[in-house]
Design a protein around this ligand. Structure first.
Ligand code: NAD
Length: 266
């Protein structure tokens, strides 16, 4: 049990990667504040955490709205006394469109949820962590923050911003014993990706061909990396961006010349 009696706040924890991280932390002994804009989803996860024997609280704050974030963080500290661990996983996708045709309000909303949301949650939680002189933060970025994904200008831009925000905050917070890192998932089987596959926006076989390990990832595989960075084992790691992408960003693929052979057909 790596997180016995630690207090965690996980944003976007009503679904997908955030939900998996919140439940994994609870299974390893943490009490978890479960944030999601969809408060019913957050309440469902909070109930699961309580059934695991840990304390939990659901908060429906919009991470892009400053007063809602401040009130969520203050309420969490009032209830649990401190916050040891923060994971920023709340996220949305933009409407697929080239930048020239993107709606400005759509672009802005995606930047606000990912980048402003990450900034506001880190800022307000870090204030308490500085007083505690300890804390660990993991921000969920994406492979889209490392390479430019066409038709996803806002998403890629926001996620690249999250990686740089993470680095700067890590440097600023290091002498307070606060570690700040980013994790960049590749294609992970969550409701966000399922919606794209079912909506015909992605062909799963394309993802499989482009990913060296030859499959879509699982939320548990992202949670494993996040929990490592939140653990004491990672005490000397700060300011990094850890890809959890089955080799996607390592692979300079183009065309059939660089197509990977299928297993058994080498
Ligand atoms: P998801 O849609 O399953 O979960 C995201 C959750 O965030 C939802 O429950 C949603 O209600 C919540 N949310 C959205 N806007 C919010 C807001 N303003 N305030 C609070 N909560 C809000 O998606 P997921 O796949 O689990 O994605 C989690 C994170 O991982 C996101 O930041 C996403 O960009 C990132 N990511 C996902 C993948 C993937 O393949 N699934 C890949 C790379 C990065």
């Amino acid at each position: 049990m790596r997180f016995t009696d630690k207090i965690a706040l996980v944003t976007g924890a009503g679904s997908g990667i955030g939900k998996c991280i919140a439940l994994s932390l609870a299974r390893e002994g943490a009490d978890v504040v479960v944030n999601d804009l969809n408060v019913e989803l957050a309440e469902g996860v909070a109930e699961e955490i309580v059934s695991l024997g840990r304390r939990s609280m659901a908060r429906g704050a919009d991470v892009s709205v400053e007063k809602e974030v401040i009130s969520m963080v203050d309420r969490a500290v009032e209830e649990f006394g401190r916050i040891d661990l923060l994971v920023n996983s709340a996220g949305i996708l933009d409407q697929a469109a080239p930048a020239m045709k993107q709606r400005t309000d759509d672009w802005q909303r995606v930047i606000d949820v990912h980048l402003r949301g990450c900034y506001l949650c880190c800022q307000n939680v870090a204030k308490y962590m500085v007083k505690q002189k300890s804390g660990k933060i993991v921000n969920i970025s994406s492979i889209a923050g490392v390479v430019g994904l066409p038709m996803r200008n806002a998403y890629s831009t926001a996620k690249a911003g999250v990686i740089m925000f993470t680095r700067v905050l890590a440097v600023e917070c290091a002498h307070y014993n606060i570690n700040v890192n980013a994790v960049s998932p590749g294609y992970i089987r969550t409701p966000m990706v399922e919606r794209l596959i079912l909506g015909g926006k992605f062909d799963e076989s394309d993802i499989i061909r482009r990913t060296p390990v030859g499959r879509v990832g699982l939320p548990e595989e992202v949670a494993g990396a996040v929990l490592f960075l939140l653990s004491d084992t990672a005490s000397y790691i700060t300011g990094i961006n850890l890809p959890v992408d089955g080799g996607w960003t390592a692979f300079g693929s183009y065309g059939d010349a660089y197509r990977l052979p299928s297993p058994g057909k080498e």
